[in-house]
Design a protein around this ligand. Structure first.
Ligand code: G3P
Length: 215
């Protein structure tokens, strides 16, 4: 099934009532997309309890539970029933060696990472390092109104090929605002969408989610 991940970031309108925001959207059913939400670290445990199976982290660290102040250990997420996270988002970039180590750890714990990449070089690097899901997001389009599928169709197609060669899936994101943006992404071979402002800043987030998930 295709994936549709809404990244709530730490937008102020979300931080006031994150549970209410997701609750409004939780009833949206799509026959094409599995819908989930990447939520702020401080809300993870609570939201995973309220919306089981729908919550991902926005970031995860390499270290296990222990004396590591400020960390988000994979083991702790799994304890909360959260079995997936974004990694290396453009707004939370980390070192390449750390990403590779986290990919290996995730595989051993059956934890589903979505490794964010800014270009084909990174897509090649992390898909060949074993990442099962890559999200291509050109940073200059994030938060804008020009969609990745309109601006970078050839990179999506090439990224899809690179991923397919190693058995990985490519999601795409940045600037996705319309149903046409989503349809074009899927036509180009993407296995899903990573989105933020198209939902979080929509005047009616529920109808935006309905429309964008082709419901
Ligand atoms: O993680 C999704 C995000 O970076 C894309 O943002 O606002 O362009 O959908 P946006």
């Amino acid at each position: 099934m295709l994936q549709f991940i809404t990244n709530l970031k730490v937008y102020d309108n979300i931080m006031k009532e994150p549970a209410q925001f997701i609750s409004n959207l939780a009833g949206v059913k799509s026959s094409k997309f599995q819908i989930s939400f990447a939520v702020p670290a401080i809300n993870l445990e609570n939201l995973a309890r309220l919306f089981p199976g729908k919550i991902k982290a926005q970031h995860v660290d390499l270290n296990p539970p222990g004396p590591y102040t400020g960390s988000i250990p994979m083991e702790a997420l799994l304890t909360y029933g959260i079995n997936g996270s974004l990694l290396n988002h453009s707004e939370k970039r980390i070192q390449s060696e750390t990403i590779t180590s986290i990919i290996k750890k995730a595989e051993s714990l059956n934890f589903e990472l979505v490794v964010c990449c800014e270009n084909l070089k990174e897509i090649k690097l992390y898909s060949s390092a074993g990442a099962k899901t890559i999200a291509y997001e050109p940073p200059e389009l994030i938060g804008g109104n020009i969609s990745v599928s309109t601006a970078k169709p050839e990179i999506i197609s090439e990224g899809v090929k690179i991923c397919e060669n190693v058995g990985a899936s490519l999601l795409v994101g940045a600037g996705v605002k319309t149903r046409a943006d989503v349809e074009l992404s899927i036509k180009l071979g993407a296995q899903g969408i990573l989105i933020a402002s198209g939902i979080t800043k929509a005047s009616d987030p529920k109808s935006a989610l309905n429309s964008l998930t082709l419901s």
